[in-house]
Design a protein around this ligand. Structure first.
Ligand code: C2E
Ligand code: MG
Ligand code: MG
Length: 664
């Protein structure tokens, strides 16, 4: 009848019954089982098997509270009476916890799936193993699952290295979260901008378990940000830099100039009579005009320069890192020429001119305000002087600019008027003081200024390109003189010509030389071409080609002004060089400067090792000659022997067997 024989305290406590209420009562009578069949099943199992363990059963406490329990039962004997020992374990709390967990998991899943942020769970190899709806949507993976693909597939190829580093830092380094702003790739290859946060999840032992990635699409924000940035730094009408960006670049140019001794220039432009166009033809045409002018201005400068429109019909231009102020005048000239080309807008033919003021950075100012103010001042002077011209802020530079312009203009006519003449400086063999050759040095017989040396005009000729015509004339003239001198001296006579950087780059140089050689019948071996180290250093491949083509012609090659460039003899070894001319600046201070003596003797010794001949330039004293003789320098030029001479004065010096100096 299953009446209760004894109960322990724990059961009483849990069931709210007192001992008296239970002792001797049959369990069938008590209302402690929730389901009658549970008791039924339990007793029949007990009857069949003699015991059971951990059956899940529900008891009802006196108060009606349900107690989830695990029950084990077995037969025992008490006082030789068969009894059943029942052990009841209360698992209410455990079941409750399980229930709570299920609920919270549901909540979490709800939050995960419906979050307005894309979430992906990533394993430690970088593979996505779970993704929420939003991630799928944002990344456009509606058809294919995101699950199973590698996270790097979502990143543009050029950013993948960076992503790998980030993951490494999370997995192997100490970081637990990394927040980045990065571009991601949708399945349709479209790029979006995202805030991408990755959080490391660790297991209870603190070991990396997996990663949570959160993705927020910020493309729209980025776009408007970019638009705003553009508006903040660029002029909307012309797309040129605005005042703010210009000042910023100007500041950089000032820093650069002060740090590294480089020049930059600020050009301040004001269109002449723009107001009249605006007033008579209307703002719309005025706007189109400003746009057209912006395009023209941009076409006049290099890409490292900045053209800006601070407002109205004013433009500013920053020429970054120029070689000399004359570069600024070249650009200003180009702008004046380009702008005054007529243009047609809606049937109206317009000619626009401009006035330009120029300041040089850093000499005309070292802060953006004063530089701009000074350029503005110079611009007003240009207006006063009659418009369509440029003016430097500094008077000295204006004078130079005018002189330069004049030289440029006169140079163009000098060729036609045969104002150039070659002078010849003898080159002397030191062992017997015989003249073995001459170097051609150009002079300009200027109608007003007299005989001009190259310093007065070579640079302008180089910059304007006039040097190429001039150079061709020099080559022809030199070859002619060369064959004449060979005939007169009745021996091979060397004739050297200087080639300028621009000429050296001229693709026709080699064929011009070849033609002159052919026309005069001059033996190529008597012609020596002088180039400088710097010409061999820029575009090495092109230089190498030119040098080899010259070498193949059979002409000799000399390095002029050696020691003033940045190369070394071992660098020059790559090229087929015959002669090294030691620069006058080293010879000048011999014998007083021990440094120069050391350098000169070292250059001579090394050149000989490399099978090159050495010519000392600018020898003026006997002491220098002594030194050169002692160190086995084989040739020299200089006032000690002769200044450069016109051909008529040279002739008598090169009769056979004339020694240039009597022995001391
Ligand atoms: P460079 O080729 O190094 O010419 C040597 C210069 O030193 C010449 O100056 C010459 O007159 C001067 N000189 C020679 N011996 C002495 C001396 O003992 N003392 C002093 N103080 N000076 C001496 P120049 O003729 O004024 O030519 C200067 C530079 O102009 C040349 O330097 C050369 O680079 C360039 N040049 C001259 N003629 C031509 C030419 O026809 N074409 C090219 N592209 N450049 C030329
Ligand atoms: Mg020379
Ligand atoms: Mg020289």
């Amino acid at each position: 009848d299953l009446s209760i024989y004894d109960i322990n305290e724990s059961f009483l406590l849990a069931s709210d019954y007192s001992r008296a209420e239970l002792l001797g009562k049959s369990v069938y009578d008590l209302n402690v089982f929730d389901h009658a069949n549970e008791l039924e099943e339990a007793t029949s199992q007990l009857a069949a098997q003699g015991s059971f363990s951990s059956r899940e059963m529900q008891f009802i406490a006196k108060s009606g509270r349900r107690i989830q329990s695990l029950v084990s039962a077995t037969f025992i004997e008490i006082n030789e009476e068969p009894c059943i020992l029942c052990i009841v374990k209360n698992v209410n709390d455990l079941r409750q916890a399980e229930e709570n967990l299920k609920l919270s998991e549901q909540r979490f899943r709800g939050a995960f799936e419906n979050s307005p942020v894309g979430i992906v769970l990533i394993d430690l190899d970088g593979n996505i193993f779970q993704a929420n709806n939003f991630a799928t949507e944002v990344l456009g993976y509606e058809k294919d699952p995101l699950e199973g693909i590698h996270i790097s597939r979502l990143i543009p190829p050029e950013d993948r290295g960076q992503l790998k580093e980030t993951l490494d830092r999370l997995i192997n380094g100490g970081d637990d979260t990394v927040r980045t702003e990065r571009r991601m790739l949708r399945e349709d290859s479209l790029e979006i901008w995202t805030n991408f946060h990755i959080v490391m999840q660790r297991d209870s032992a603190g070991e990396p378990a997996y990663l949570i990635g959160q993705i927020a699409d910020i493309s729209e924000m980025k776009n408007s940000q970019r638009k705003m940035e553009r508006m903040a730094f660029y002029d909307t009408l012309t797309n040129l830099a605005n005042r703010r960006l210009f000042y910023d670049r100007l500041g950089q140019a000032i820093d650069h100039a002060q740090r590294s001794n480089h020049l930059s220039a600020l050009l301040y432009l004001d269109l002449d009579q723009f107001k009249r166009v605006n007033d008579t033809l209307g703002h719309e045409i005025g706007d189109i005009l400003l746009q057209e002018i912006s395009t023209r201005l941009t076409g006049c400068v290099r890409k490292e320069d900045t053209v800006a429109r601070p407002g109205g019909d004013e433009f500013t231009i920053l020429l970054f890192d120029i070689k000399s102020p004359s570069d600024a005048s070249l650009v200003a000239d180009k702008i004046l020429k380009t702008l005054r080309q007529p243009l047609t807008i809606s049937g109206h033919q317009l000619v626009i001119t401009t006035s330009i003021g120029i300041t040089i950075i850093p000499q005309d100012g070292t802060d953006p305000n004063s530089l701009t103010k000074n350029a503005d001042l110079a611009m007003y002077r240009a207006k006063e002087a009659g418009r369509n011209i440029y003016q430097f802020y500094s008077e000295e530079m204006n004078t130079n600019a005018i002189k330069r312009l004049k030289t440029e203009y006169e140079l163009r006519r000098a060729m036609e008027r045969s104002e150039f003449e070659l002078y010849y400086q003898p080159k002397v063999r030191l062992s017997d003081q015989q003249i073995v050759g001459v170097e051609c040095l150009i002079r300009w017989n200027h109608p007003e200024r007299g005989v001009l040396a190259p310093v007065e005009f070579i640079e302008v000729a180089e910059e304007t390109g006039a040097i190429v015509d001039m150079g061709n004339w020099i080559i022809a003239e030199a070859c002619q003189t060369g064959s004449l001198l060979c005939e007169q001296a009745q021996r091979n006579f060397q004739i050297a010509i200087n080639i300028s950087p621009r000429q050296f780059k001229d693709p026709n140089l080699v064929s011009t030389i070849q033609r002159s050689l052919r026309e005069t019948g001059l033996n190529p071996a008597t012609l020596e071409i002088e180039i400088t180290e710097t010409m061999l250093m820029g575009d090495v491949d092109a230089a190498n080609q030119t040098v080899h083509r010259l070498h193949d012609l059979g002409v000799r090659l000399a390095i002029d002004d050696f020691g003033t460039g940045y190369s070394s003899l071992s660098y020059l070894k790559k090229f087929p060089i015959d002669t090294v001319k030691v620069d006058r600046s080293f010879i000048m201070d011999i014998p007083s400067s021990s440094d120069d003596k050391a350098i000169t003797s070292a250059v001579i010794a090394m050149a000989h090792k490399l099978n090159m001949e050495v010519v000392a330039e600018g020898v003026e004293t006997k002491a220098q000659l002594e030194f050169l003789l002692t160190h086995r320098c084989e040739y020299a030029q200089g006032y000690l022997f002769s200044k450069p001479l016109p051909l008529s004065n040279l002739r008598h010096m090169i009769q056979p067997n004339v020694r240039i100096m009597r022995s001391p």
